[in-house]
Design a protein around this ligand. Structure first.
Ligand code: ASP
Ligand code: MG
Length: 471
């Protein structure tokens, strides 16, 4: 089989796990599979890079203290991982040298950021790219020291070319496909295992871009689709896609098979296992995706395909996205006025606010929408400023702490009474609904509630639709 196998943050969290990942890869090589490996940064590293960059551009930052402290921490972590993950002395030496050069480069970049005192999206991508650039040579070294030739390369070197929307770049698929085939097939033909950095790519001019947080999954599916592999495996630290977040719902269990569309809805609505964009390239070519636990290679995990065999389950999973804010624009002046929604969303679009969910009352007296809590202030500011400028007197109110609950499942399509069951369940449990939207796909019913009710809502719905263990 030809496979793309991606290892996420926790499965490469330290030297020991990296070695385990390498063993799993070797195992597949022995079975004569052709593998392209994608790796994320070591667990937590991308976040640490984001934090240090933010600290360095804060007012009154002290780079003379911050940078050496950070460099010491990050160097120790990766040097230690080299020593533990790699068995062969010579290979440890090579990997350590690559890691050291990359760390020197990172230090220069951080110093540059601190001098500039600002962090453009482009520099942010550059800073965040270091996590994967540090982990890939270690995993490649671990594979090599177990006796299989391996080569590490960046997503850009592997052929992924994107537009220049830094922090959320999108691949230029035609060019990417051609380049990926050229670059990776050569490495595969030489009998080497390519280890590609997830998450990062580059513009046509070679400037580093990233595919958005959690983007290594996306890298895996872009590479898989470009090469036309048999399957794409996402190796993570959970057993697969679950019927609910197991931290909130002890009865949650692994979903065995799910469709591309359901998986996309789930990813979008906060099941953190997959990057929401990652399904599309796989779906276009009908490549099965498997989400598996890297630490339990015997488990099948979740299989994602176009058309799972029918299950009688109406709802497959319940998710809760936290840290959501709701904004309502209202006012009698809005009734019958054309272009209200256009005006509001135009303002938000200009301000780069991502709207997660929209609902408009049929009287048109108000329009509500959900945004990430982090974007609440920016959204309010943009609306107030533009309303003032355009002399619009619509009122703006908001709920800061909301959660969007989504019930997802293809079985809901055309099935009468599902929405009634969902909302009755909420009523019975005294969960107040703040806003409702049904995706036109009928694959999901989602609604917003107060964040403090989120766990209760998930639990009640999980029970109502009998998603738990032993059902
Ligand atoms: N390392 C990146 C992140 O933390 C990408 C990934 O893990 O998929 O967002
Ligand atoms: Mg992830």
């Amino acid at each position: 089989m030809k496979l793309v196998v991606k290892f996420g943050g926790v499965p490469v969290k330290d030297g020991r796990s990296i070695r385990k990942a390498a063993e799993l890869i070797i195992d597949r090589c022995k079975k004569r599979d052709k593998l392209v490996v994608v790796t994320s940064a070591m667990a937590g590293v991308t976040e640490e890079l984001a934090t240090i960059a933010r600290k360095l551009v804060a007012p009154h930052a002290n780079p003379k203290q911050l940078i050496p402290e950070f460099m010491k921490h990050i160097s120790n972590k990766h040097f230690e991982a080299c020593r533990v993950a790699i068995a062969d002395k010579e290979v440890i030496y090579q990997a350590t040298r690559t890691v050291r050069d990359t760390l020197d480069n990172l230090q220069r970049v951080l110093t540059g950021v601190s001098y500039l005192g600002e962090l453009s999206p482009r520099s942010q991508d550059l800073v965040l790219s270091f996590g994967e650039r540090l982990s890939a040579p270690i995993l490649a070294g671990a594979i090599k020291s177990l006796g299989v030739p391996s080569k590490h390369l960046t997503g850009f070197e592997a052929g992924i070319i994107t537009d220049d929307r830094y922090t959320e770049a999108r691949p230029l698929l035609k060019k990417t496909r051609k380049l990926v085939q050229q670059h990776l097939n050569k490495i595969l033909a030489a009998g080497e295992v390519p280890v590609v950095t997830g998450f990062i790519a580059g513009t046509e001019d070679g400037v580093i871009t990233t595919l958005g947080r959690g983007g290594s999954d996306y890298t895996a599916s872009i590479l898989g689709a470009s090469l036309g592999v048999d399957e794409i495996w996402i190796m993570t630290d959970v057993d697969g896609i679950m019927t609910a977040d197991p931290k909130a719902e002890p009865n949650a269990r692994v979903i065995e098979v799910i469709s591309y569309l359901e998986a996309t809805e789930l990813a979008y609505f906060g099941a953190k296992v997959l990057h929401p964009q990652m399904i599309k390239p796989a779906m276009e070519l009908d490549i099965p995706v498997r989400v598996r636990n890297a630490f339990k290679p015997g488990h099948e995990g979740t299989l994602i395909v176009r058309k799972p065999k029918r299950t009688e389950k109406i709802v497959k999973a319940i998710t809760a996205s936290k840290h959501i804010s709701l904004i309502t624009v209202g006012g009698a002046g809005m009734i019958g006025t054309p272009g209200v929604a256009a005006t509001v969303f135009d303002i938000l679009g200009q301000a780069d606010i991502k709207v997660l969910m929209i609902s408009q009352s049929s009287s048109q007296a108000n329009i509500s929408f959900a945004v990430d809590q982090k974007q609440l202030d920016a959204a309010l500011r943009a609306l107030r400023a533009e309303f003032a400028k355009r002399q619009i007197d619509w009122s703006i109110t908001y709920d800061q702490n909301a959660s969007i609950i989504a019930t997802v499942g293809a079985g809901m399509k055309g099935k009468l009474g599902v929405a009634a069951r969902v909302f009755n369940t909420m009523g019975r449990n005294q969960v107040n609904i703040l806003m409702i939207a049904q995706g036109s796909s009928e694959l999901n019913i989602s609604f917003a509630i107060n964040e403090r009710d989120a766990a209760k809502a998930v639990h009640a719905l999980h029970d109502e639709f009998r998603l738990g263990k032993g059902r």
